[in-house]
Design a protein around this ligand. Structure first.
Ligand code: ATP
Length: 221
């Protein structure tokens, strides 16, 4: 389990996360929800590389127990990754693609066509699937995803959902998203953040089917 107690984070003089305490279950998918600017990406960033510390432009304070040896990140912004997916996956790239996307062979075909192009130059959405493929292939026990559904078509969001479901029981996944249907499909645990505060942490059943507060009811429809 990943445990955070009084976790604060911010940029320079500005605190964005206000002393959050939460537990993220091991080998499960935690979905982080919240409106734009509420601090979801900042929370993910606090988890990258175990987080705690005062950097020049970003700081994380509090207690964070994150006992993993390796993590893979699919960031929100297009990375400056000059390597191609083929290079990221190594000599057996095609077989790796087919194996990672056995649950959605059309995704393997689509990505295979783009295998030789630098990831940074792939179409919006597909660079995210390419990095997700590399993350899964890397076998990193912790996978951090920041709105990986952005730029994907309805079909490819379904590929993503199917693949994330298959990671269950295998990896610890933290998924920041504003896509409620995707969240509902894949969540084992939900964190709701508003204005840097933790509003709720709950099972998907409690969160989506029996929301307790009017604010949460409004968000889940
Ligand atoms: N690099 C940065 N420097 C300064 N402030 C930042 C930086 N990144 C984010 N912020 C601010 O921190 C606050 C939370 O931003 P964050 O990106 O974590 O929210 P979010 O919930 O992920 O939003 P979105 O869903 O729109 O991506 C916002 O007010 C944002 O302007």
């Amino acid at each position: 389990m990943i445990q955070a107690r009084n976790l604060g984070a911010g940029y320079g003089p500005r605190a964005v996360l206000a002393k959050l305490s939460f537990d993220l279950p091991w080998r499960r998918t935690t979905v982080v929800l919240g409106s734009g600017g509420s601090g979801k990406s900042t929370l993910l960033r606090a988890l990258v590389n175990g987080g705690l510390g005062d950097g020049a432009d970003f700081w994380v304070r509090g207690e964070l127990s994150l006992p993993v040896s390796a993590q893979a990140v699919v960031p929100q912004s297009r990375p400056a990754e000059s390597r191609s997916l083929g290079e990221l996956l190594g000599p057996d790239a095609r077989q790796t693609l087919e194996s990672v996307w056995a649950c959605a062979p059309a995704a393997a075909v689509r990505l295979d066509r783009l295998r030789e192009r630098p990831v940074a130059l792939l179409p919006e959405g597909l660079w995210r699937l390419a990095l997700l493929t590399a993350a899964i292939a890397s076998k990193a026990p912790l996978v951090l995803l920041d709105e990986p559904e952005v730029g994907l078509t309805g079909d490819s969001v379904r590929w993503l959902a199917r693949r994330l479901l298959m990671l269950r029981a295998e990896r610890t996944v933290v998924l920041v998203t504003q896509h409620l249907p995707l969240a509902r499909m894949v969540a084992d645990h939900v964190l709701l953040i508003d204005d840097g505060m933790l509003v709720d942490q709950a099972s998907p059943r409690d969160f989506f089917d029996e929301p307790t507060s009017p604010g949460i009811r409004q968000r889940t429809g």
